[in-house]
Design a protein around this ligand. Structure first.
Ligand code: UTP
Ligand code: MN
Length: 563
């Protein structure tokens, strides 16, 4: 993973050098609320009164409205739409620091040669297209304009086994790495793409990472794609995304279609926000990537059975990543039409009308489940609920899940149990006083410098959450962490990250001057709680098995110490 290539220490240095207030203020003008806190209208959702707050002390931002939160790196990821390594690169540039290279990074930089090679090959194919009458006639017959072919860098791989091989003779190894050649049994090589219209596939930064090729006329397979290579992973890439983002950075919606030609035909007819998967099913990774650029995804399927089952597969991939602030809809075309043929026949307006009337995820979901159960009798309804619940449990907790459960109850006209976690979640609303361990962990996360206030290391205690407290203390000391933003960075992509973020955002009402006392008080209470737990354990053991001499002495000391 890319994250592993950048040394942690460097990331910490970078966060120390960056002031999140300056960073955000340069993009979203902030107003001062108190000495340490700034606010603005949230850049991540529509609102009229400001609920986006940035803490200088914590080096952490969070929005009370939509829940967006994080440190300086997260802000660049969310606001500038950067990947993690890109965000690090941007911060390093701003701080005037060079990113230290771990051994693996050397490999990454060699990818630049692969991109450069594929760029040259794309030019070679484009040139060949200009010289091939049959290829030009084919594109004309399919209704493509010259300018759209140019915009997508389309080309032609002429017939023959060794055109690429001969033209790029010196780079045989790289040709093979990028999948442009296929190895023969006798050890020789031949061109992968022959007599095909070529579609260069770009990554988000505009580098060509592979190709798709369509046979000119008849033949199998109709489409051939580059294989998986170090720079091309089908489950991660989307055809047309780069071109789409070139037209606009912020997209109201993105349409996912099936084919290269669909993307291009839609573009040519003025629908410039379509992308296609590359001969694979849509993955969760695809969707999370798209949700960085839009809040609405529309799946577009052919109207036949294959389209239906593809839609159901898409539905299943979508459920676990649905967030409250995003929409997913499902659109079906008439039988035997794909977006390419449809828009050429019916035009942009008709296509847009279909987009506007596309089924919401909820409609499509209940419709799909409904076909598997008969709601007219009680057994059918029970089956309906059981099927639906299995899926709805996969939704992330939140308002959307709640609404889907409400809808399910309405549809089935039965009372069903909400997921257990929903019930647990309802409780803290009453603002219980937090347990000592929760209080200590929360204050420490919000003020990592508190770790320096403990004069001796804490001994382990048999209290839930205590191991995590110890871990926090160790990490803070070891990495000289001073802010919440720097602390949470140590848990990026780990399961504790969410908990830390949650505790980081709690407004605890303890005045600045009282925080240290509250923290030390909680630690003292935890220590005596720990002693009590140990005493109880020893007493229980004494009653059942008896104690050794040392244990008796220890118990005695503990009880004496308590007084
Ligand atoms: P379709 O078979 O639906 O073709 O494949 P299409 O997009 O309508 O193509 P045209 O209009 O006949 O030119 C849809 C997508 O599935 C992948 C390709 O990505 C294609 O764009 N596919 C299809 C393959 O990878 N291999 C194939 O042999 C066929
Ligand atoms: Mn087609």
């Amino acid at each position: 993973m890319a994250t592993d290539r950048i040394p942690r220490e460097f990331i910490q240095t970078l966060l120390n050098r960056t002031d999140i207030v300056d960073l955000i203020d340069g993009r979203v003008p902030l107003r001062k609320k108190s000495s340490n806190n700034y606010f603005a209208c949230c850049p991540f959702h529509q609102e009229k009164s400001p609920s986006f707050s940035v803490s200088q002390n914590k080096q952490f931002y969070h929005c009370f409205g939509c829940g967006a939160h994080g440190n300086a790196i997260d802000f660049l990821i969310q606001y500038d739409r950067l990947s993690f390594p890109e965000a690090i690169e941007a911060l390093a540039k701003e701080a005037g620091l060079a990113i230290p290279q771990k051994s693996q990074t050397a490999k990454t930089s060699s990818h630049e040669d692969l991109y450069a090679l594929l760029e040259k090959i794309a030019k070679f194919y484009q040139n060949a297209l200009r010289q091939s009458d049959p290829a030009i006639q084919y594109l004309k017959k399919r209704g493509l304009s010259g300018s759209i072919a140019k915009q997508f860098g389309m080309g032609y791989a002429a017939p023959g086994w060794d055109r690429i091989l001969n033209a790029f003779m010196k780079e045989k190894a790289k040709l093979s790495t990028t999948g442009m050649l296929i190895k023969k049994d006798d050890g020789g090589f031949y061109d992968r793409f022959r007599d095909r219209i070529m579609f260069p596939i770009k990554n988000r930064r505009g580098h060509i990472i592979g190709f798709g090729g369509r046979i000119l006329n008849q033949g199998e397979p109709k489409y051939l794609n580059s294989p998986e290579t170090p720079i091309f992973q089908k489950g991660h890439e989307l055809y047309g995304l780069y071109e789409t983002l070139q037209t606009e950075r912020e997209l109201k919606r993105i349409i996912i279609v099936e084919g290269y030609m669909d993307v291009i035909a839609l573009f040519q007819h003025g629908i410039t926000h379509a992308v296609a998967t590359l001969g694979t099913a849509t993955t969760a990774h695809h969707l999370t990537c798209l949700f960085r650029h839009t809040t609405e995804i529309i799946f577009c399927f052919d109207g036949d059975n294959a389209g239906r089952s593809a839609a159901e597969r898409a539905l299943h991939v979508t459920l676990p990543i649905m967030r409250d602030d995003v929409q997913v809809r499902f659109m079906f075309l008439p039988e035997n039409e794909d977006p390419d043929s449809f828009i050429r026949k019916e035009g942009k307006k008709a296509f847009e009308e279909r987009i506007d009337t596309a089924a919401t995820l909820s409609q499509f979901f209940f419709q799909t489940i409904g076909t598997e159960a008969d709601l007219s009798h009680i057994d059918g309804r029970a089956r309906f609920v059981k099927l639906a619940k299995a899926h709805l449990d996969k939704l992330p907790e939140g308002i959307f899940q709640q609404m889907m459960f409400d809808e399910l109850m309405k549809k089935a006209r039965v009372d069903i149990k909400k997921p257990a976690s929903e019930k647990i979640r309802a409780k803290p609303m009453k603002r219980r006083t937090p347990s000592n361990i929760r209080l200590a962990i929360m204050l420490l996360i919000q003020n990592p410098r508190l770790a320096l206030q403990l004069d001796a290391p804490l001994a382990h205690a048999d209290i839930p959450g205590f191991a995590f407290l110890l871990q926090l203390l160790t990490v803070i000391k070891e990495h000289h962490i001073e802010t919440t933003g720097a602390l949470i960075e140590q848990w990026r992509d780990q399961k504790e990250e969410k908990l830390i973020a949650k505790l980081a955002q709690i407004e605890h009402m303890i005045p600045e001057t009282g925080i240290q006392n509250e923290f030390l008080g909680a630690i003292t209470r935890l220590k005596s709680q720990s002693i009590k737990v140990t005493i109880d354990k020893l007493l229980a053991k004494a009653a059942i098995h008896g104690l050794s001499v040392e244990e008796k002495q220890y118990l005695n000391d503990l009880i004496q110490g308590q007084k």
